[in-house]
Write a new protein. Sequence first.
Length: 215
Amino acid sequence: GHQLDLSEQKYKEGDGPRFALEAQSTDRLLVFAADGRMFTVPVDRLPGGRGTGEPLSLFVDIAKGVPIVDVAVHRPDGRLVVATARGRGFVVEESAIVAATKAGKQVVDLDAGDQLVKVVPVTGDHLAVLGSHRRLLVFPLDQLKVLGRGKGVQLMKLHSALVADIATIDPSKGFTWQTGSRQRREECTAWMGERAQSGRNTPVGFPKDLSFTRA
């Protein structure tokens, strides 16, 4: 169903909501795991109705204890930006990561101690990167490599910080964030630069959870 009231959704004891998205029964879901593997789940294989669902591990072979980073409806012509905690990333074509088996595909090769933390659709021609040290950098998306698999390149100089969030944006529209019930918009000119630079401090009033507003 679509436009459902998810407040009525029931969960097994100890479970709760994490991702909610609308899809058609003919769609496929892309599941992104923190170890850099990506899995494909046909929507028509998922349990229907208003039950409590089934473990995702019944459909794909996600390693025990590995967190799920995100879930998205597959767009055959879509592109994604993937980013690791330590600030490496690249652009990947969605058509290149669809997996035919439960084992999925290794898409992001990780250094020891690193993990995949963000996957966002390409909807603009610039990438905004937020660090946990509250610094922000915006640079042209064409400065990233397009890969089917790899480590990618350094997005931002983080020193000892980690990536908090990323977003693809249109510089003419700037970037947005939520403050209470209000959405704030900021021009990005002051934060424009080149890939792998240090960026500048976030604007006054930027939320403590360091997250952009999703379109």
